[in-house]
Ligand binder design. Structure first.
Ligand code: XLS
Ligand code: NI
Ligand code: NI
Length: 436
């Protein structure tokens, strides 16, 4: 029985199609730069936005009610919703989905009760995964909605809350493992502070490190070998979040000896909230072998909060795909649409339009990035720009085989550095435009 009988499986019809319920660019099987589009893009639907989002915002309540939802917090309703979700995944042809524990199942009166309800819904998710072949990209725990987390979870001043959060994450990791999840995500939620006056920052940061270390230990104990990913975000809900941006998280992971086992899940709107471009954030993460996965969404330049919109900007998707192609792809991570339809877009069909558009935009970005890569001009300019490190004194610097004393005698003998070649920025900007 179909819950959404009016929408059939979305097919690829090519760029000339005018059918809003068809892909114009995303052809899962088409090979680009040696891999199928499906393998490159590894699309994922975010359960929380697409199946739990009700359109509420700080100024008003929900505007969206789904025809399959009976409006209760029952396990039965959660199970039905799970089946609807898989119908949507299959119709969109996405290979993956992501969830928080509390998106898929209602919370009980205590931890034992919550775990039991989660297990009941997980059984349905498992059945649906097996039936459809859709897989879990990552699981995570919601450590921010319940009032107990008002002061944070791992960084709460209340040790009982730390323990509760640990227990909740333990269960969420186990459930992710049971469902064959390829990654597990830690977004800080309320790990940050509102006022330094009441905050023991050293203690909070220490606790955050211990929490992550114990989580990693637990993964090893149960044989979960998926990637662990921290998702940086600078603010919202807290005034200051500890996992501010990619640079901060990398430094934090290094300080706790966790970089390697733990990588990053980088989200576009979080990059912009931190005052960075997405290309900066993913380039930085990838350059440090720390890019694990991407939350593909976008903010609005006019709005200063996490508006979580679907990405449709071709420059943005091209830049993302340029970085991914250069560093050999995003697997075992993926491109997760951590995005929601606007509160004015309350029809079921809007969910389809949103995902189709974003999938097409990233597919176009992939094709453009692949053409730029094949052209090779950009790569050559970058290579040439650093060529002074390929031999002579530059090579010695790269290989860490020189000293300040040697560099001094080298320069005293030469007198002045050779002139650096032009950066050719304008040429490269034009080149990218030729492919857009
Ligand atoms: C919130 C985050 C969140 C994470 C998962 O801003 O993007 O949705 O991706 O907890
Ligand atoms: Ni996210
Ligand atoms: Ni976000």
């Amino acid at each position: 029985m179909a819950f959404i009988p009016d929408v059939q499986k979305i097919e690829f019809e090519g760029p000339k199609s005018k059918n809003p319920l068809a892909f114009k660019h995303y052809d899962a099987a088409e090979v680009v730069d040696g891999k199928s589009m499906a393998e490159h893009l590894r699309f994922s639907v975010a359960y929380w936005h697409t199946f739990r989002g009700d359109g509420s915002d700080p100024f008003g309540p929900g505007t969206i009610s789904r025809p399959w939802d009976d409006g209760t917090e029952s396990v039965e309703n959660a199970k039905t919703r799970a089946r609807v979700a898989f119908e949507v995944f299959e119709k969109l042809g996405v290979p993956f989905y992501c969830f928080h524990d509390r998106d898929v199942a209602p919370e009980g009166d205590n931890l034992r009760e919550s775990n039991r309800k989660l297990d009941e819904v997980v059984a349905v998710l498992k059945e649906e995964q097996e039936r459809s072949g859709v897989r879990l990209l990552w699981g995570t725990a919601n450590l921010f909605s319940n009032p107990r987390f008002a002061h944070g979870a791992a960084t709460s001043p209340n040790a009982d809350v730390f323990a509760y959060a640990a227990a909740q994450v333990k269960k969420a990791i186990e459930v992710t493992h049971e469902l064959g999840g390829e990654n597990y995500v830690f977004w800080g939620g309320r790990e940050g502070y509102q006022s330094v006056y009441n905050t023991d920052m050293r203690r909070e940061l220490d606790h955050m490190g211990s929490f992550l270390r114990m989580a990693h230990e637990h993964c090893r104990n149960i044989g979960f070998s998926g990637q662990l990913l921290v998702e940086p975000k600078p603010r919202e809900p807290m005034k200051h979040q500890y996992d501010y941006d990619v640079g901060n998280v990398i430094a934090f992971l290094r300080a706790h000896d966790l970089l390697g086992p733990v990588k990053l899940n980088v989200e576009t709107n979080h990059a912009t909230l931190a005052g960075h471009d997405m290309i900066h954030e993913i380039e930085l993460a990838a350059s440090q072998d720390a890019l694990g996965s991407v939350d593909a969404n976008v903010g609005d330049p006019m709005l200063g909060w996490d508006t979580d919109q679907f990405p449709t900007n071709i420059y943005l998707t091209t830049q993302i795909m340029m970085v991914l192609l250069r560093y050999g792809g995003i697997s075992p991570g993926g491109l997760n649409f951590d995005a929601k339809v606007r509160r004015e877009s309350y029809d079921v069909i809007d969910i389809f339009h949103a995902h189709i558009g974003a999938m097409d935009a990233l597919a176009r970005g992939l094709k453009i990035a692949a053409a730029i890569k094949t052209d090779g001009a950009l790569e050559k300019i970058v290579r040439d720009r650093y060529s002074s490190y390929d031999s002579g004194i530059g090579k010695k610097i790269d290989e860490r085989k020189t000293t300040f004393a040697e560099l001094e005698s080298y320069m005293i003998e030469r007198g002045n550095p050779a002139r650096s070649p032009s950066g050719r920025q304008e040429l490269l900007e034009n080149l990218i435009n030729e492919y857009i």
